[in-house]
Design a protein around this ligand. Structure first.
Ligand code: CIR
Length: 263
């Protein structure tokens, strides 16, 4: 299942860290987000859209609000104070489906910094301008007792760990990451098989592997060619309007197995 949230009419007030502010065409962003939801549906994902969040300009980027594992949903403490109220509606949606744990201040953590590799019971956590060591430490205390190994990655040059690396191989296959090595410290994500983006497309490492295919930003044609050459089926999704708010594809949904823990 995927939880999503609408593009808010007030998105122009969004947080920006690494990109310059430019006008956002809101109707176009809304249409792109709807097409993204449709692409997920076409791959068999049940999309549940939460209500709009009045006054919260980044609320469409729901990935940052929680990390949903089969055993527990961990509510984040977004590094940007303006984003913390986004949690309330996400918590209400997750409560019927999972036990809930939370990252609490002074810990901060964005879901965009969390790369879960379920096949290896490994979770990589980016330490970034949004996720601090205290937040990562709290997260470790939640997930290690569940049998996950957690490893931190110090981020520089991009917003989140998942700006630089995402998993593209499906659940049944050997895990494979798509990475931008220039945004990762040497030796990071060791032991993981990886494909590198085309160097002219630094933002091309953010992709969603679902149902045996990869949703990938349509503008990243050079990286798409690399994926094709490796036999990977790609569904291109246009996301350039949301990218003006520094959002990529994973940011726009919270994807997880819908069955309850233990159920
Ligand atoms: C922010 O700066 O928080 C938003 N404008 C963009 C968040 C993107 N989220 C993500 O990469 N997971």
């Amino acid at each position: 299942m995927a939880l999503t949230r609408p593009v808010p009419p007030w998105m122009a007030e969004c947080e920006l860290t690494h990109v310059a502010r430019e006008p956002i065409d809101i109707p176009r962003a809304m249409a792109q987000h709807e097409a993204y939801e449709e692409a997920l549906r076409s791959l068999g994902v049940e999309v549940r859209r939460l209500a709009a969040a009045p006054g919260l300009p980044d609320s469409v980027f729901i990935e940052d609000t929680a990390v949903v594992l089969p055993e527990v949903a961990v509510l984040m403490q977004p590094g940007a104070a303006s984003r913390r109220p986004e949690i309330v509606a996400v918590e209400a949606a997750l409560l019927p489906m999972r036990r809930v744990a939370r990252i609490i201040w002074p810990g901060t953590m964005d879901g965009g910094d969390v790369l879960v590799v379920p096949q290896m019971r490994t979770i990589f956590v980016g330490l970034s301008t949004r996720t601090n060591a205290e937040g990562a430490g709290q997260f470790r205390a939640i997930v290690e007792p569940l049998g996950y190994r957690m490893e931190t990655v110090v981020m520089e040059g991009c917003l989140h760990l998942k700006s630089a690396a995402t998993q593209i191989a499906g659940a049944e296959e050997k895990p494979l990451l798509l990475v931008n090595p220039r945004w990762l410290p040497a030796g990071a994500l060791g032991g993981m098989a990886r494909l590198e983006i085309h160097p002219e497309e630094p933002h091309g490492a953010n992709a969603i592997g679902v149902g045996g295919v990869v949703l990938h930003g349509a503008e990243f044609t050079l990286t798409r060619h690399i994926l094709h050459c490796h036999g990977i089926r790609v569904v291109p999704v246009v996301n350039d309007e949301l990218a003006k708010a520094e959002g990529a594809l994973t940011c726009c949904s919270l994807i997880f197995e819908s069955s309850r823990a233990g159920g």
